[in-house]
Design a protein around this ligand. Structure first.
Ligand SMILES: *Cc1c(COP(=O)(O)O)cnc(C)c1O
Length: 419
């Protein structure tokens, strides 16, 4: 029997909202029972989950630590100070802002701080690996600013800095962006910095995908040679879903003002606390081992796929991600994504550079190693998974073979629990 009350419901989720409880339970099971190869996803630690689920969600804290527009901020100030200190140390940055709600918000804040509407920006073509927020016409970055793009080389699909230089000198943008969502190779940040300097442009690096690799020192750190760096905390970095910005002292106040009050109101203090936890985890030796294994696994996956006659865009990878061109396998990216999902292998369809099929039904799939590496998998499993991907695509009309693959996927998942 329940009596109406104005008091907060203290029932656990299972009793308070069985529908959402079972949805979360089902998603937990999905994450456990599938081989997740989405390059932008990862698994966070219990500690990160706990901080995200904490009462810090109750607190309004517009402003920055020590200068808030609300009373009662002493505890959350401590959380944000720790987050900023740890992040600054980790990336060797003069200034860190940990308030952006996402990677996209972080990029928007940089544009708001550094540009006027109509200014020119130059980023990597979306269909060649760039991100929506780097000037795509369907994004605010391509609508409020005049956006231009550079492409990868036909054939090799590698970035050629002489081409970038040529476009940069023609366009004379106010801001140049380096960084990508589906480019599997290292980017020459120093080379980009030279180009930006030649034309007096601001140089932004968006390391949304590679922040974890950078923090561990297994990928070049762009903070040292750029004006501003944005990142997400939830991809290779393995923290809560969110964004962050690093910059030189001289841009700090403009960047902070653009994040708040320019673009956001109250910061997500529970997420900022969880970011602080992730920064602490990233300072531990285990994190370096983890990121080394992320690279070793991506490279093993790439090598095994190549051996099975898959075409890899750029021929391989230096990062956590592999872009596969499926044209010689007589299957589209979309069909492959659907088919692989049926056997428990989760990937995303992806455009390849100069894709003849276009963005809606592209020719490629993108694979990444961060999530499976967090489950403890090694190059041995990567080779096995490459074989399962090959078998799935080759056996698309053979349900017995597909059932075999499903069983193999189940066995690997059981051996390497997600949580
Ligand atoms: C993922 C990504 C972002 C955006 O991150 P969200 O948190 O999804 O907004 C920005 N830039 C690049 C290069 C990305 O890969």
């Amino acid at each position: 029997m329940s009596t109406a009350s104005s008091k907060l419901n203290r029932e656990p989720l299972q009793a308070a909202d069985p529908e959402i409880y079972s949805t979360i339970a089902a998603e937990t099971k999905r994450q456990q029972e599938n081989l997740i190869l989405i390059a932008s996803e990862n698994l966070v630690s219990r500690a990160v989950l706990e901080a995200q689920g904490s009462v810090l969600t109750n607190k309004y804290a517009e402003g920055y630590a020590g200068a808030r527009y609300y009373g009662g901020c002493n505890c959350v100030d401590q959380a944000e100070r720790l987050a900023c200190e740890r992040a600054g140390e980790l990336f060797n940055a003069e200034h860190a802002n940990v308030q952006p709600h996402s990677g996209t918000s972080a990029n928007m804040a940089v544009f708001l701080a550094m540009l006027k509407p109509g200014d020119r920006i130059l980023g990597m073509d979306l269909s060649h690996g760039g991100h929506l927020t780097h000037g795509s016409k369907v994004n605010i970055s391509g609508r409020y600013y005049q956006s231009f793009s550079y492409k990868v080389e036909p054939g090799s699909c590698l970035l050629n800095l002489e081409e970038v230089r040529k476009v940069a000198h023609e366009v004379r943008p106010r801001l140049i962006i380096a960084g990508a969502s589906s480019y599997p190779r290292r980017i020459d940040f120093e080379g980009f910095a030279d180009i930006a300097r030649e034309i007096g442009a601001i140089f932004l690096v968006d390391m949304a995908h590679t922040a974890g690799l950078v923090a561990a020192g297994v990928h070049p750190n762009p903070v040292l040679c750029s004006d501003i760096v944005t990142a997400t905390t939830h991809k290779t970095f393995r923290g809560p879903r969110g964004g962050m910005i690093f910059c030189r002292h001289k841009y700090a106040s403009e960047i902070d003002k653009a994040v708040f009050p320019g673009l956001q109101g109250g910061p997500l203090m529970h997420i900022i606390a969880a970011k602080a936890v992730a920064f602490k985890e990233a300072q531990l030796p285990d994190f370096v081992t983890y990121q080394e294994n992320v690279l070793a696994n991506a490279s093993a996956l790439a090598a095994a796929l190549a051996e099975l006659d898959f075409t890899l865009v750029t021929g391989g990878t230096d990062t956590h991600l592999v872009l596969v061109d499926l044209r010689n396998k007589d299957i589209s990216g979309m069909e492959a994504e659907k088919l692989l999902e049926e056997v428990g292998i989760i990937v995303n369809k992806n455009v390849i550079p100069y894709d003849p099929r276009g963005a809606n039904n592209p020719s490629g799939i993108r694979l990444g190693s961060p999530t499976l590496t967090s489950r403890g998998m090694t190059p041995e499993q990567m080779r096995q998974i490459a074989g399962l991907i090959e078998k799935t695509i080759a056996s698309r009309f053979n349900s017995r073979n597909l059932d075999d693959v499903k069983r193999s996927v189940e066995n690997i998942c059981l051996e390497f629990p997600a949580y």
